[in-house]
Design a protein around this ligand. Structure first.
Ligand SMILES: *Cc1c(COP(=O)(O)O)cnc(C)c1O
Length: 441
């Protein structure tokens, strides 16, 4: 291994030139960030050679692990052909192959794929497509969206608008467009409220946008499958489009390839991102049903066209790794692993974490977990301190406020699950001085 120097000098150089998102740069260096140099399997290795089990899958994108030989090879092979060619008006072989491979797997009728690079951009595309779907057909007034409490859809202005704020983004409220918002679908009475709002606002609604099964950024707020189905029925009855944002839940996280499968519904638009390339390269997609797509057909250069596109839409390197990734998910029976490890994770959390006095609630769906801590006062920064204690023990965690998030890669092992839970339990006890720990085994 080449010696690349000490972590503190890298942190200094980092803070000198790099502006990190969702990070207060005045305290960045003192929060002891991990400076990654390389990776092996599910471990990240820092500039001093220290190893960290990546228990957040690099903010929810890594599926099979890091530095996966098969995925590395897919990138190299594509590199030998072409790295990128524009999809605006022309095509690319690898992108076609990817769309063909995804088509029978996505829960959308006769799907068409509009590629982009980030989740937020694909959400933005879905919002614009839903809006223009109506104007193309001469239907006026369908200019609003129904979205839910706790929703997160990305950080561009449109995706922020359908999102429910928080994370310090309230400052942008003056820029957000107004939406019809009803409570998070896991809350009591939320389904009735959503169904009533769809009925009341239908003539002005372009679409309902929701995260099926789990609102990740809300701290893993659970969304019942029946609630998603009830919203779909109400939307269909009132002819309102449904957009499923599966940027976080897609590609196996919840135990099925897509969370929508467990809801038994077929959205008009589906948004994919994060795990689509196994966490390798930026790629996202807005998937439209044939009905939606067909509303954009018309004479060449006509107003019915979707006048939207990004420079790197459908990047070939990203498409190549996404295609290989989809094959490996099947070849390695990754979904079976997700389900087996999720069951072990549930048992271990129930035994070692849920009983702690400092823990208010443990929420889980597949390999998505939120451990909500219950600090006795404001400002104790329990979420951050517990995560830092985990990092000290070699398990990389990043919290959402006082919710400790666990998102291990989908290929995680039984031993790793045990290690993650033991580490989190020990860290919670250390930080919160948990009295329940005295009686714990
Ligand atoms: C992460 C996320 C997004 C935004 O994706 P980016 O790639 O970060 O822009 C949108 N929706 C959901 C549900 C997400 O979890």
């Amino acid at each position: 291994m080449t010696d690349v120097g000490d972590a503190s000098s890298w942190i200094e150089r980092d803070a000198d030139v790099v502006w990190h998102g969702f990070t207060q740069m005045a305290s960045y260096a003192t929060n002891r960030p991990v400076i990654v140099e390389r990776a092996e399997g599910r471990e990240l290795i820092d500039v001093e050679g220290r190893r960290y089990l990546d228990a957040i899958s690099s903010l929810w994108v890594t599926t099979l692990g890091h530095h996966v030989p098969e995925l590395d090879q897919a990138v190299r092979d594509q590199l030998d052909r072409v790295a990128h060619s524009t999809l605006l008006g022309n095509g690319n072989r690898t992108v076609i192959e990817l769309a063909e491979a995804l088509a029978p797997r996505v829960p959308v009728d006769r799907p068409r794929f509009l590629f982009a690079s980030d989740g937020a951009a694909a959400v933005e595309q879905a919002l614009k497509v839903a809006f223009q779907f109506w104007t193309n057909q001469g239907v006026a007034g369908r200019t609003r969206y129904l979205a839910f409490g706790g929703a997160y859809h990305g950080d561009s202005i449109g995706s922020l608008s359908v999102g429910d704020g928080g994370f310090g983004t309230d400052v942008y409220d003056p820029l957000r467009f107004p939406v019809v918002r009803t409570p998070s679908l896991g809350e009591p009475g939320a389904v009735a409220a959503a169904v009533a709002a769809i009925a009341e606002h239908a003539p002005e609604l372009a679409a309902v946008v929701l995260e099926p099964l789990v609102q990740g950024a809300a701290g893993m707020a659970l969304v019942p499958a029946e609630a998603v189905a009830a919203v779909a029925r109400a939307a269909a009855e009132h002819d309102v489009l449904v957009i499923h944002d599966e940027v976080a839940t897609g590609f196996g996280r919840t135990g099925t390839l897509f969370a929508t499968e467990q809801c038994g519904t077929r959205p008009d638009l589906l948004v994919l991102g994060k795990g689509i390339t196994g966490g390798y390269l930026p790629l996202s997609a807005t998937v439209a049903s044939e009905r939606v797509w067909a509303a954009f057909l018309g004479p060449d250069l006509s107003e019915r066209t979707f006048y939207h596109g990004h420079s790197y839409s459908g990047n070939a390197l990203a498409a190549a790794v996404a295609l290989r990734h989809l094959q490996l998910v099947d070849e390695w029976d990754v979904l079976a692993n997700v389900r087996a490890r999720a069951a072990e994770l549930r048992d271990a959390l129930a035994q070692q974490v849920a009983p702690l006095a400092a823990v208010a609630e443990v929420r889980q769906q597949g390999l998505m977990v939120g451990i909500e801590l219950a600090p006795p006062a404001d400002g104790l920064r329990w979420g951050r301190r517990v995560s830092a204690a985990c990092v000290d023990r070699g398990v990389l965690i990043r919290p959402l406020g006082d919710v400790v998030v666990l998102m291990p890669p989908l290929t995680t092992t039984a031993d790793e699950v045990a290690r993650i839970v033991a580490t989190v339990a020990a860290s919670i006890v250390e930080v919160t001085d948990d009295p329940a720990a005295a009686g714990a085994p």
